[in-house]
Design a protein around this ligand. Structure first.
Ligand SMILES: NC(=O)c1ccc[n+]([C@@H]2O[C@H](COP(=O)([O-])OP(=O)(O)OC[C@H]3O[C@@H](n4cnc5c(N)ncnc54)[C@H](O)[C@@H]3O)[C@@H](O)[C@H]2O)c1
Length: 343
């Protein structure tokens, strides 16, 4: 596969390495930032760089683009790529606005090109081990409880800056991953969402940095969720507990630390291979996505699949504002209706 990389910021620098490690050919890269272009020239001197991605795709024949720009306004980047006949692998969330995200997914469908959205945590070793057990011999899922606390310093050098000023930074930058994981691991759709979203007084974020929600899912599964980027200690906490008919699975860190047990005794550690956080998982995702593009088979984490995670995420905001439960499928139908009315 010949790939143009678009976006060379904090996450784009991981992607630059990942694309080379999985053996695709990066024919050019693009980013309007002088700093990003200087970094790319230094790190990959043989790869041509452009300030405008349109110049890159005009100058170089390519099969696909990897898009690692901030999520707001992604249609401006993605729609010209489909018009140019490229497949697209995009970072999450596809957009922060569901109508715009739906517009992108429908444009991909019309173009006959494939769109995949990077939900790399599906490719963590711990996620694979958890999913195999949750969908395995432990029987029906009774309920899930997902807790995530981190005192995220959004001003830390080397970290992106846009979450400091965006609406719903926790929800759209972080909870989207967790909500997608809940759908993926339980192999169940979210039917309705009741949520409260707020910003703790000490928050450095302009938008709300704490999300609490209850998801009602297929097969009668209920999952409760609390995620926050503002905490009273720098000690992180992660616990994703899934109680089943015949036992429970408890994940105690995002990148590993899995336990299982039943009512007869203590929890036992489940061996999970060591990983390089954000790299091993992104390599796993990217390998699967580009292999599917090369083979002409359906990509993992397709645009349509991502819309369901994104709609469930945005349903949290709607529920918090309206004070009632929201059905994510209704939000996708509303977005399609808005696009039809505008056309
Ligand atoms: N999946 C993950 O684990 C993970 C981790 C971190 C970030 N991300 C996602 O990656 C995306 C990028 O985040 P980041 O941390 O790299 O942000 P960043 O702000 O550090 O970098 C974004 C880069 O995109 C460039 N850019 C903006 N508009 C562009 C355009 N039209 N063409 C080309 N380049 C453009 C900017 O100049 C900047 O260099 C976000 O969607 C974020 O949510 C995902």
């Amino acid at each position: 596969m010949r790939v143009v990389q678009i976006g060379l910021g904090a996450r784009g620098r991981t992607w630059a390495r990942v694309l080379r490690e999985i053996g695709v050919t990066v024919v050019a890269s693009a980013d309007p930032s002088d700093d990003a272009l200087a970094w790319a020239r230094d790190a990959y001197p043989d790869c041509p760089v452009y300030a405008d991605f349109r110049d890159a795709i005009r100058a170089h024949a390519a099969d696909a683009a990897a898009v690692i720009t901030p999520p707001i306004g992604r249609a401006d980047v993605l729609l010209p790529l489909f018009d140019a006949g490229l497949h697209v692998v995009s970072e999450k969330p596809l957009e922060t606005n569901l109508v715009e995200a739906t517009r992108i997914v429908r444009a991909a469908e019309r173009s006959g090109r494939q769109l995949s959205v990077c939900l790399n945590f599906r490719y963590l070793e711990v996620t694979r081990a958890l999913r195999a057990r949750v969908l395995g011999p432990r029987g029906a899922i009774l309920y899930g409880t997902f807790l995530y606390h981190i005192n995220r310093d959004g001003r830390r050098p080397g970290l992106n800056r846009f979450p400091l000023t965006m609406d719903d930074p926790m929800l759209l930058e972080q909870s989207i991953h967790h909500i997608d994981l809940i759908r993926h691991v339980y192999d169940a759709e979210i039917e309705s969402v009741a949520a409260e979203i707020f910003n703790p007084a000490e928050s450095m974020y302009r938008g709300d940095a704490t999300v609490s929600a209850i998801f009602q899912m297929d097969r009668g599964i209920r999952a409760s969720y609390l995620g926050s980027w503002v905490t009273g200690t720098n000690v992180r906490a992660f616990e994703w507990r899934t109680d089943c008919e015949r036992g429970a699975l408890v994940q105690r860190a995002l990148f590993g630390d899995l336990y299982e047990g039943d009512r007869t005794g203590p929890l036992h550690a489940v061996p999970v291979p060591e990983v390089e956080p954000f790299v091993t998982d992104t390599i796993g995702y990217a390998r699967a996505a580009f292999a599917a593009l090369a083979a002409g088979t359906p990509v993992p984490c397709s645009g349509a699949d991502h819309l369901r995670s994104l709609a469930s995420t945005i349903a949290c905001r709607r529920s918090s504002d309206d004070g009632e439960a929201i059905h994510p499928a209704d939000l996708i139908a509303e977005a399609d209706a808005a696009l039809t009315a505008a056309s």
